[in-house]
Design a protein around this ligand. Structure first.
Ligand SMILES: *Cc1c(COP(=O)(O)O)cnc(C)c1O
Length: 482
């Protein structure tokens, strides 16, 4: 059923900035008013992670253009995007340099594959550049088009690695409840999202999950330090239960993103690293969100001070301008893949796509040239954390976790006892919707408000974000009082 849209026809805003002119009006068929797009979309487009019935009743939000940290919808309403698209637009929107680099590459060589021993210039240069941020520890990369494909790639690689070493029983992989590693079969299985497992008969065999280091919700009477150790030691217990000789790898995000920006206690990662080392299983750091400056380091594992064997990347690698991902491969695994395995029967038609690689190279050039990683570590990150921490005085805020430019704001029904709202999802959604009405895009995961803005966000924009979020929190508190 096609749903008529509420207030047609929209006034398409005229914008004078060159990027907006290019991406906004001319990209839409002039015979299709933007006002009709919501109805067309409802009639033909099945969306990822969207309640399709609600969406068809309300109409999709049509985003028409973007610049810097701002997005604009079809009615011309401006939003501060404190979520960087989906955790990915690290350098902000509207960078002409990327459009030009992609255009140059497309005119020179729009496509060639990397199968059967071929490569292209931007792909080779990107492999050199991206491995260069690992401090000499991970000198190879396998390219994919997304984070999910990166997950499927290391999943097979880990098993192939152990088989090549004469330990074919080491196949089991351990993930965490409430982790997120993508939506493919391996990705959704390794992730620990119950609502994803319920659809499609997941997880597949050979995968187990341990608990997450979410102290606020699950720490009980333990101190964060002791709870961090206890959760890490669940890995040790799980390995013992399965038998070390049957376990290939453990995977985790340095900070869980989609799970609600869960920042582990300081005791957690060193203990995980110790266990993986002692039990001889591969440690996989899912860097899809934490990579490329988000935590004020090139990769999240550098912030926490541990060394993974494999590290899937995507999102910030191209700041979302074009789809590209990959797996960084540590020297221990790379040596076996090259010398023992030789031919890894795995790959994607667009692995290392030259136009995506050219866009990623330009993105990394911008991050380097503008010192965005250092900016997050030394300047805007600490400012962002301090500004958000002021919300801890709010009656319904239990705790603020912020590292670099990622944050989770924990809502609480009773701060003193860490009691949570009866309907977690409703609490978060009420704040999120209020923010949206007031021109701020944030995400709510249950009763946590999540922020992950572009790395170029200014101090005054951080202030605006916190002020608008505070209004949303006030709104929820008032609603609850009634
Ligand atoms: C987004 C995400 C993925 C999946 O990446 P896609 O590009 O959406 O396939 C994997 N891991 C983490 C931590 C992510 O946030």
């Amino acid at each position: 059923m096609v749903v008529a849209h509420r207030k047609p026809p929209y006034n398409v805003p005229r914008d004078r900035s060159p990027t907006a002119a290019a991406s906004g009006e001319r990209s839409v068929n002039p015979l299709t008013p933007l006002s009709n797009l919501a109805a067309i979309d409802a009639a033909h487009h099945l969306h990822p992670f969207s309640d399709m019935k609600a969406l068809n009743d309300n109409g999709s939000r049509v985003i028409a253009r973007a610049d810097g940290v701002h997005i604009f919808d079809a009615q011309g309403k401006k939003y501060l995007d404190a979520f960087a698209g989906l955790w990915c637009v690290n350098i902000g929107y509207g960078r002409r340099e990327i459009a030009e680099a992609a255009s140059r590459q497309m005119n020179e060589l729009a496509y060639y594959n990397t199968f059967f021993g071929t490569t292209t210039q931007p792909t080779a240069l990107l492999a050199q550049k991206v491995t260069g941020y690992t401090g000499g520890r991970m000198n190879h990369v396998f390219f994919t088009n997304s984070g999910s494909e990166a997950t499927d790639t290391w999943f097979r690689m880990a098993r192939v690695y152990w088989k090549a070493l004469g330990q074919p029983s080491k196949t089991h992989i351990i993930g965490r409840r409430n982790g997120y590693h993508g939506s493919t079969v391996a990705g959704a299985s390794l992730g620990g999202m119950r609502h994803m497992h319920e659809q499609g008969g997941l997880p597949i065999d050979g995968i187990s999950h341990i608990g997450q280091p979410y102290w606020y919700a699950e720490g009980g009477d333990l101190t964060p330090h002791d709870f961090g150790l206890a959760r890490a030691r669940e890995l040790e217990a799980m390995i013992d239960e399965l038998g070390e000789e049957n376990v290939a790898a453990f995977v985790a995000e340095p900070i869980q993103g989609a799970g609600g920006v869960i920042v582990p206690p300081d005791s957690y990662w060193p203990e995980i690293a110790r266990i993986c080392r002692e039990r001889d299983i591969l440690l996989v750091s899912d860097e899809v969100i934490c990579g490329f400056g988000r935590l004020g380091t090139w990769f999240g594992h550098q912030h926490f001070g541990f060394q993974p064997d494999l590290a899937p990347i995507a999102k910030g690698l191209s700041s979302g301008y074009l789809p590209i991902g990959g797996v960084l491969v540590g020297d221990r695994v790379a040596k076996v893949m090259i010398e023992e395995v030789g031919d890894f029967n795995h790959g994607f038609t667009y692995s290392g796509h030259p136009v995506c690689a050219a866009a990623a190279l330009e993105n990394l050039r911008i991050i380097e040239e503008e010192g965005l990683v250092e900016r997050v570590r030394d300047e805007i990150g600490p400012y962002f954390a301090a500004a958000l921490k002021t919300l801890e005085d709010h009656e319904i805020v239990g705790q603020v976790d912020a590292v670099g430019l990622i944050a989770g704001v924990q809502l609480a029904a009773d701060k003193a006892t860490r009691r949570r709202f009866a309907k977690l999802d409703d609490a978060g959604a009420a704040v999120r919707n209020h923010c949206l009405e007031n021109g701020l895009v944030m995400r709510a995961t249950g009763d946590r408000m999540l922020a992950s803005p572009p790395l170029i966000i200014s101090r005054s924009q951080v202030d605006e974000m916190v002020d608008t979020l505070r209004l949303g929190l006030d709104h929820l508190r008032e609603t609850l009082r009634k």
